[in-house]
Design a protein. Sequence first.
Length: 498
Amino acid sequence: MNNNYKIIRTIFENVFQRVLECKDNDTDKIFYSNVITSPKVINLINIEELKRISSNILECYNTEDRIYIFTKPLNTEFKGIREYSAKNLSLKQQFNLSSKCISLAQGIFNMTDVVQQKILDLERLYVDENDNILVDLNLIFEQEYDIADNETFKRLGNMIHFIFSGTEIVDYNISDNIPPDILKIIVRCLTREYIFPNDVLSELKSSPLYTMIFGSEVLNNELSNNLYQQNKKSAEKNSSFEENENSDGNYEEDSSVLNIYLHDNNANEKHEKHEKRKAGILSQKDIIRAVISIIVVVLILLLGNKLIKNLNKGKEVSAGNNIQNQPANVEPASNTNAPAEETLQPSATITDSTEMHFNEKLLSNVGYTGSKAEIDNDIYVEGQNSLLVANENQEKLKALFAVIDFKDEKFSYMLKKQIGIAAKTKSEKDVTASIVLEAYKDGALTSNFHTSVNIYDDMWSQVTVPINVTDADSLNIYLEYEGQNKVWLDSIYIDVIK
């Protein structure tokens, strides 16, 4: 770096490093000088690996006892990933951005855990004019430490969640606005089921939604080519067709119908231009667009229906392994309907999702006699009823609403697996509650876990809680909240996250 510069201010300084904001006297440009002096921190950083990242590094080198990192500011030229994601991104843009974040994680996966953690930070990622990821490598080390665990997949899951929902994950409370196949990937990141970040990318690109978006162009071309071949002779007589015909004998579409449905930024503008071409072949192209529109809509509806119907069937081609959106009338192959005697009313069969893990025989088998939810036949979202947890006073209430008996062969397959508890919730008044999970072995409590969820009075909202179950005889699942209120739970599904 040029030594002809002026120090404007000290951004950060401790016993390990000193970060300065500087101004080049020759060019008047601002840059940052980051000098790391701690031997332990120096050992964490590989200079050559840093240089390979797409970043704001101007110069980077080390001496016997120091590392020098000179960087330029990114916030004046590019948008931070938070600001960029706040735009109304199309699904295609969300997938592209997620893919690039995953590729970044793969590119730094050989770095030390601490450096990976520093880089995979939403505050350090920017997006350039070509929608590529840039990293602010003006790294700050607050302390001289080794972290206990690698957080790459956890941070990657949070990034994907943010890109698709605009919010970060808090207490494993995952947004219900995220497509099911993406939600499954996020959960697997949080539970670190992947070995390498490229495994995440492979699953992302093999998801049905990704295939539908990026594979639709082939479908559009095939339909267009077929109709073109059938009408080639008559089309050649039309001058407007000749303007659209390319060298391969295929006409060029000015906009993708699928992009219009997915709100691509330029699709509507291109579509308007196309509509202005009112020549003889226009009726042919109207037919093409109508056919493509109908096929796309039908594909979206069929795919959505298929995703829902296969949620519990363990098929890799479906996002149905996700617990979030499982229908009431579908059960996984390893988790068939319980017999008639295992219902709240012995003479009835299981007809509601709430009855699978909450019935008198089941509670008797596990020996539970404490506070529990009630059945409500008036307010529900599916089936015939919901479960109601009503608090008549201001004290904290903890009520059981589901149980898993691992001694039952129909549910023993869940033991020592990553499982997900999904339910839809609604309340009389907005409330922050807790989902509490308690595992029991030989009648004694062996482990417990809880997570906070927000429950609203004007809508049914989805709650999904992943948990690892070790050795246990049963798992009790409670709702806990404070204050006078009523909370309803419905569409309760529990299964292994495959």
